[in-house]
Design a protein around this ligand. Structure first.
Ligand code: FES
Length: 247
């Protein structure tokens, strides 16, 4: 889903149309503004400053729709974000290249991604989550079957996909078809975090069709395609879902 599709979807919402865009695709057009500007709020409802994010802890916020969950994570700076190593070139499932721009903050360590697995769209829901950020070092087997040991990865325990948030959420293991969609963050002149865009391949259309109405009930909105709007509050991932399925 690109900006045109997003705007089309929102127009449809305003007109009371129930249809969602089925044909939307990413174009990755250079310098194309996309999706809403949504200021992030801390759990108390105050503007979110980087200092409020505990290192190695994942938080959930909803963007670009009130029904689509995202992770925001402050990685350890020695983990090597793109701010240190330069933008990372990734491929979506259609084979289209895009550049992950890395994290924000003093040490470029704050990153955000759509929390919708690109395999079968497992995601954090209020009752349960199979998609989790693991700060501790863990062993997994990569796509070549080689044993790897790494900390600070995102695991989908539905069918064991593994994503690396320090490298644009690229896929390290499992059946996921593309990286998690990147969420672009900005820091304004008051040192407040704002979500300004989603780029890379995303699952929003399919997700809204499959899970939108359940998510809408969870979020107490009538339309699953309600845009995230001016503000979105973060919640620690361990508090967001009652049950965390770990693997
Ligand atoms: S839904 Fe995530 S690996 Fe299948």
């Amino acid at each position: 889903m690109d900006r045109r599709s997003f705007n089309k979807m929102c127009s449809g919402l305003l007109a009371g149309a129930a249809n969602m865009s089925l044909a939307a695709r990413n174009s990755y057009a250079a310098n194309q503004p996309a999706f809403p500007r949504t200021a992030l709020l801390d759990p108390d409802g105050n503007p979110l400053h980087p200092s409020a994010l505990a290192t190695g802890t994942a938080y959930i916020f909803n963007y670009p729709f009130v029904t689509t969950p995202c992770f925001i994570i402050r990685l350890r700076s020695e983990q090597g974000t793109a701010g240190e190593s330069g933008p990372t070139t990734l491929l979506d499932k259609a084979g289209t290249e895009y550049q992950w721009q890395g994290g924000v903050g003093d040490d470029n360590s704050i990153v955000a991604f759509s929390a919708i697995c690109t395999h079968k769209m497992s995601h954090p829901a209020k009752p349960v989550s199979h998609l989790n950020f693991r700060n501790e070092e863990k062993i997994f087997f990569d796509r070549d079957g080689k044993k790897q040991q790494q900390s600070q990865l995102i695991y989908c325990c539905s069918e064991h996909s593994v994503y690396d948030p320090s490298a644009g959420a690229k896929v390290l293991s499992g059946p996921a078809t593309q990286p998690l969609a990147a969420i672009e963050l900005e820091l304004n002149d008051k040192d407040e975090l704002i979500a300004v865009n989603s780029y890379g391949g995303n699952m929003y259309d399919d997700f809204l069709q499959k899970f939108g109405f359940r998510q809408a009930m969870e979020q107490n909105v009538s339309d699953p395609a309600t845009p995230s709007g001016d503000h979105a509050r973060i919640t620690a991932a361990e508090d967001y879902s009652t049950l965390q399925i770990l693997c």
